[in-house]
Design a binder for this molecule. Structure first.
Ligand SMILES: Nc1cc(-c2ccc3ccn(Cc4ccccc4)c3c2)n[nH]1
Length: 242
């Protein structure tokens, strides 16, 4: 997978070079290009923003600069990129989206700042490539870089050969529609708190049942709407006793 990120703060994307994602780059599972939007300005001030038409607070990112940047970064090659535009006004990003995008050959992230990017940039790009305006949650960030890092991590960890233990991606929270239950490791007792006996019983059926019950209970208390969204028949008889 190729990933390109366009931003006025390229150093914000340095964490991509660390740890798991850094290893994925070293192993050439992904290639990452980070581009400074100001490289496509032509004025002495390298301006990327201007006042909003219609008035209002803040500034809007200029369409001409973004247009030239996207023309170059997304220039047609053997694959067509999916353009991802983080925004508080976007469709919610979720695990299903991460799984869908993990099959793409090329993702380009357009990271805005200020009050956002002139809408005509998105509308123009959509005539040449799939474009998705996406939110990572109902809270307001200052720019798109943190959202891009979040989504890139969620997608790249799903690629074969990236995670040390591929099973953990399959057993993710949300992969079965439920939240992850609690996890434990040594010591067996810590500050007078023992590990639940069932986890040391060696009875794998009982362990699986306990873990499922914990996931159901946690989902019921913290995210009840996820239970309502479970596909018909996903809750088996044993679950209904919960
Ligand atoms: N889930 C999520 C995404 C963002 C996000 C993404 C990109 C940008 C670009 C500029 N801003 C600041 C902004 C503040 C308010 C209204 C509009 C834009 C951004 C915020 N916030 N929260």
């Amino acid at each position: 997978m190729r990933i390109d990120v366009i931003t006025i703060f390229p150093d914000y994307l340095n964490p991509l070079r660390e740890a798991l994602l850094g290893k994925a780059i070293e192993r050439e599972r992904i290639s990452v290009g980070v581009h400074d939007l100001r490289d496509w300005t032509h004025d002495v001030h390298r301006a990327v923003d201007d006042s909003p038409y219609g008035g209002g607070p803040g500034m809007v990112m200029k369409p001409d600069v973004w247009g030239e940047a996207l023309d170059e970064v997304c220039a047609p090659q053997e694959a067509t990129p999916r353009l991802v535009v983080p925004t508080p006004a976007g469709r919610p990003f979720d695990q299903k989206t991460a799984v869908r995008w993990s099959n793409d050959p090329w993702l380009v992230f357009a990271c805005g700042r200020y009050e956002g990017i002139d809408q005509r940039v998105i509308d123009d790009a959509a005539t040449r490539m799939p474009v998705e305006e996406v939110s990572i949650g109902d809270y307001v960030l200052v720019g798109g870089e943190v959202a891009a890092l979040t989504m890139i991590e969620a997608v790249v960890r799903l690629l074969p050969g990236v995670l040390g233990n591929p099973l953990s991606a399959e057993q993710d929270s949300f992969s079965d529609g439920l939240l992850e239950g609690p996890c434990y490791t040594r010591p067996e007792v810590w500050r007078d708190r023992p590990v639940p006996d069932v986890l040391r019983s060696g009875n794998h059926a009982a362990i699986a049942r306990w873990r499922r019950d914990q996931a159901l209970e946690r989902t019921f208390h913290r995210r009840p709407e996820l239970l309502a969204a479970l596909p018909e028949g996903d809750l088996d008889k044993a679950d209904r006793k919960q």
